[in-house]
Design a protein around this ligand. Structure first.
Ligand code: ISE
Length: 335
């Protein structure tokens, strides 16, 4: 069976996902597109999905009979209503992060999905599908004993002018939030943010670098550097310290060269390439599960907890305080 997908939002990630569905994935095709700029949808249709119908609204795309499941790749502020619309239509929906721009919005999605009684929502936290992170998690479980600490860092080469201080949390660090929860099978109880000396390469509206300190309910301490104008590349590091040993996230595979008295290895510069295989795997998993009517992967609950945790980190940025993080009870659907 070929699963028929509709893509809402044909910007950078919507275009990339459409390309991978059409050219990389098996058993799925894009049959519908919507973008608030119709010319963008037309461009994507011409480039990668000539058979797809362009809809006039996202709501029309969700309602279309030929659409089995929906991908929400539009701007963050529109995610909540499209995801709620898909749940109401009983259609599986893959939503890029953030699930919603507020924790209350994410909770409305959790409530709607719980009422529907089945997992219809998968959130685009692709690192759970990354081979290196899966190897790290397996090593933690087999060799490290009880985890005690994580030292991590998330570095981007540069960020655009519209990137402001809170985005270091809800656009960038949000991936780390989900990754740490998943690696540790634990939740956070507090957050603090520290600002080291600022790099001269950051513009006025972004404090860069930052260090986030988290504590989990089991007492694990995490420090994570966020440095989004590091200049040299896109670099994701994660070291787990356990009672029996230490494990590092593997580096992306790269050829080392010896030349002119130097031993060197390239570093990627773009997050889309760094996690390319993980993006492929998360969408393949989503498409494979559509026929069953139940999706897997990161859930609406994970999206909701990420929203609560990132709100606490933003408060920590603003106040300099150690901010408590309290979670509501988890609905049975997510056990
Ligand atoms: C971007 O949205 C991402 O998802 C990347 O993984 C992150 O490194 C970058 O900072 C974000 O802007």
């Amino acid at each position: 069976m070929t699963v028929k997908l509709g893509v809402i939002g044909t910007g950078m990630i919507g275009t990339d996902h459409t390309r991978r569905i059409q050219e990389v994935l098996t058993g799925a095709e894009v049959v519908a597109l919507y973008d608030y700029l119709p010319e963008n949808a037309a461009k994507l249709q011409a480039a990668h999905a000539p058979g797809a119908k362009i809809h006039e609204t996202g709501e029309a795309l969700i309602a279309a009979d030929e659409v089995d499941a929906v991908l929400v790749c539009s701007t963050g502020s529109t995610h909540e209503s499209y995801v709620l619309g898909a749940i109401e239509a009983g259609k599986p929906v893959f939503c890029e992060k953030p699930l919603a721009t507020t924790a209350e919005g994410a909770k409305r999605i959790v409530d709607a999905e719980s009422a529907a009684g089945r997992r219809l929502v998968q959130v685009g936290f692709m690192r759970r599908f990354d081979q290196g992170y899966n190897m790290l998690k397996a090593t933690m479980e087999s060799d490290l004993g009880t985890p005690l600490m994580i030292h991590a860092c998330h570095r981007n080469a540069a960020v655009p002018e519209h990137y402001v201080t809170p985005m270091a949390i809800h656009d960038t660090f949000i991936h780390e939030i989900d990754t740490f929860r998943w690696l540790l099978d634990d939740d956070f109880v507090s957050a603090q943010v520290i600002f080291p000396r600022k790099t001269r390469h950051a513009h006025d509206k972004v404090a860069d670098p930052q260090i986030v300190l988290l504590e989990t309910s089991k007492g694990v301490r995490i420090d994570c550097e966020i440095f989004v104008n590091c200049r040299y590349g896109y670099d994701i590091q994660c070291q787990v310290v356990g009672e029996e040993g230490v494990a590092d996230l593997p580096e992306p595979m790269a050829v080392a060269t010896r030349r002119e008295a130097r031993l060197s290895q390239p570093i990627l510069t773009d997050w889309k390439s760094r996690f390319m295989a993980a993006f492929d795997a998360e969408l393949q998993d989503f498409a494979d599960r559509v026929p069953s009517g139940h999706v897997g992967g990161p859930s609406a609950w994970d999206g909701y907890v990420a929203a609560i945790s990132s709100d606490a980190c933003v408060t920590a940025q603003e106040t300099g305080a150690i901010v408590d993080i309290a979670l509501p009870d988890r609905p049975a659907l997510y056990d």
